[in-house]
Design a protein around this ligand. Structure first.
Ligand code: DP6
Length: 362
């Protein structure tokens, strides 16, 4: 079993110059969803996602030698330039849990400054971009201090492993285009411990896909994803769901390779609705879609029937809608989105987005 614990990663603090590291890391949209986990953030089924471009988190990690070495993690946290106590506590706990992997963190005074590209209250899931940006900063810091991660593949794998510990879906954001997380006999090298890139076998139809995000509600979610995953344990549909996810995963890979838009759309939309059906069938049951989510779904399906354009929807664990379509139809589809769909968004909020190239160090 892969184990990144390394007690040798300690520094001579007297010699250390203060410094800082910045990464920008994107969010991602799962086509086959991760919903249900076990052990230490391990997925019950393989998932595959589009990496986005426009929805990202930018995080700067500042470090300096610590004066009082007795303390544990010493961290200040600023979100959009404001001190944020809730994030400070959550991140301190996470860094404490990582101190077997990065023992040097306890020797440093740390400051994290982070911001999202999308409006703070837009209701766009930010754990994937946030946790992946942080994991990348931590791996860069390790490499700067010990020159221990200078091979790209080793760096990405460790960053993905660490991001997974922060939030499962974050491990996929380390890679551009598409990423796979979770063991599958269909994909060599796939693992429950980290994600891997999946871009070479993709048909051109999918390489420049758009994924516009329509904000139906900016309100705080009633049930977090973490609580939602936990409810899968007693969900009577859990086992058939995990089996279905595996079958759909294989189907989707074939569609992606062949460029089969129709098969892609069927699986994508059914996955989104299955995710929400599982929430409704949980005990206690809950609903994250809002009336306008359904309205938008109906409008997209009607438009597709009439125009025959390949436009599909997906959902995250929330009310907002992702509209998916290939680059080739943007001139027909964009006007439809702007005139027919955006009026159903909260304060006409929407974020044009597309498949991106993955995180960048700034
Ligand atoms: C519906 O990764 O947010 O977006 O591992 O508890 O942090 P934790 O959950 P999270 O769950 C994401 C669920 C999803 C589907 C997906 O991204 O695969």
């Amino acid at each position: 079993m892969l184990n990144y614990d390394n007690p040798k990663l300690v520094i001579e603090t007297a010699k250390l110059e203060p410094g800082s590291i910045t990464w920008r890391s994107p969010s991602n949209l799962a086509i086959i969803k991760y919903w249900g986990k076990y052990g230490l953030q391990l997925p019950k089924n393989p998932s595959i996602s589009f990496t986005l471009e426009n929805a990202f988190t930018q995080t700067t990690l500042e470090y300096a030698p610590k004066v009082n070495l007795e303390q544990g993690i010493e961290l200040e946290f600023f979100f959009h330039d404001e001190p944020n106590e809730a994030f400070q506590k959550k991140t301190t706990g996470f860094l404490e849990r990582l101190s077997g992997i990065f023992p040097f963190l306890r020797q440093l005074k740390l400051t994290i400054r982070t911001q999202n590209s999308f409006p703070h209250s837009a209701g766009i899931a930010s754990s994937a971009s946030g946790m992946s940006a942080l994991a990348l900063c931590l791996c860069s810091l390790e490499d700067e201090l010990f020159s221990s991660l200078n091979e790209d593949e080793a760096f990405d794998q460790k960053a993905s492993f660490v991001a997974r510990l922060g939030s499962g879906s974050a491990c996929r954001s380390i890679f551009g285009t598409l990423a796979i997380w979770g063991e599958s006999s269909d994909v060599e090298g796939s693992s429950n411990l980290f994600a891997i890139p999946y871009d070479e076998q993709i048909h051109d139809n999918f390489k420049s896909f758009h994924d516009d995000i329509l904000i139906v509600s900016t309100g705080e979610k009633g049930v977090s994803s973490t609580a939602g995953h936990a409810l899968m344990e007693e969900n009577p549909f859990a086992q058939p769901r995990y089996l279905q996810a595996r079958q759909r995963f294989s189907l989707l890979l074939t569609a992606l390779q062949k460029g089969d838009l129709d098969a892609f759309g069927k699986v994508t939309e059914n996955e989104a609705l299955t995710l929400h059906a599982l929430m409704m069938a949980s005990n206690p049951s809950y609903i994250l879609m809002r009336p306008n989510t359904l309205k938008l779904i109906e409008l997209i399906r009607a438009y597709r029937r009439e125009s025959k354009q390949p436009v599909y929807f997906s959902l995250d664990a929330g009310p907002n809608l992702h509209v998916l379509y290939p680059e080739g139809v943007i001139h027909e589809v964009r006007p439809f989105i702007e005139s027919e769909l955006v009026p159903f968004c909260e304060e006409s909020l929407w974020l044009p987005d597309w498949i991106g190239e993955g995180p960048v160090q700034i």
